[in-house]
Design a protein around this ligand. Sequence first.
Ligand code: NDP
Length: 249
Amino acid sequence: NQMKFKGKRAWVTGASSGIGQATAKALAAEGAELVLSARRAERLESLAEELRQQGADVHVESVDVSNRSAMEALGERLASMGGVDILINNAGTMPISPIINGRVDEWDQMIDVNIKGVLYAIHAVYSGMAERKRGHIVNVSSIAARTTYPSAGVYAGTKHAVRAISETLRKEAIRFGVRVTDIQPGSVDTELPDSIGHDKIRGIVKSNMYGDEASMLRPEDIANAVIYALEQPQHVDVGELLIWPTRQE
Ligand code: NDP
């Protein structure tokens, strides 16, 4: 059988749209069994149905990654299924705005989803991977893990944190045979700008992003990068991948 991930179980967070959805499709096409999570259950169900019709084994979990007890309960359910081989730690939100505007609820939201949510998902699977001495954790950070822009302060702070967590986890996980990859996309054409609550900033981001589609990546481009990292032999760990649209500065 030529399929790359036959017999592997992969959990994709934020699978209801964008990069997570594209990655779920790519994994299913390569034979992986899937656990799909996000808040919007209907979206997950329709994706699951599509993938099942193509022969995939798909399990759906409607859960908010920032809900610690719900994530712990999901971790226990996954452990009782035998754990997961691959975590695509992708759920994220980007309600950016200038710090002067003091949109504190949105700061909390980004910290809760983009940092705490990433940690809760790692916590849900990592000890099982360590026991089985195998596993691959792929965290989706951003180019905002390496640089920042006006209005992106808190978002970039969360993504710098994800990158730091990835780098630390990779070093710690070596002795367990667990690999860690940090994926850093540039602009990707997804629903992410819809999470911006600041009307003017949302308008600017959307007109920049959608004004010139050729200057943006598609979710499938990031799914390809994830597959590349996952398909390497066990002795190779792709630590990080920075993927720009060719025309993005
Ligand atoms: P989308 O908005 O299309 O997807 C975001 C996903 O995260 C959705 O499935 C959403 O599902 C899920 N999500 C958001 N909040 C929560 C929550 N509280 N609990 C559970 N799931 C949640 O955006 P992208 O596909 O672009 O984003 C995916 C990742 O890629 C994010 O981490 C983002 O920061 C990162 N990224 C994106 C870039 C881009 O240009 N698009 C660039 C660099 C990084 P639901 O709403 O159903 O819960």
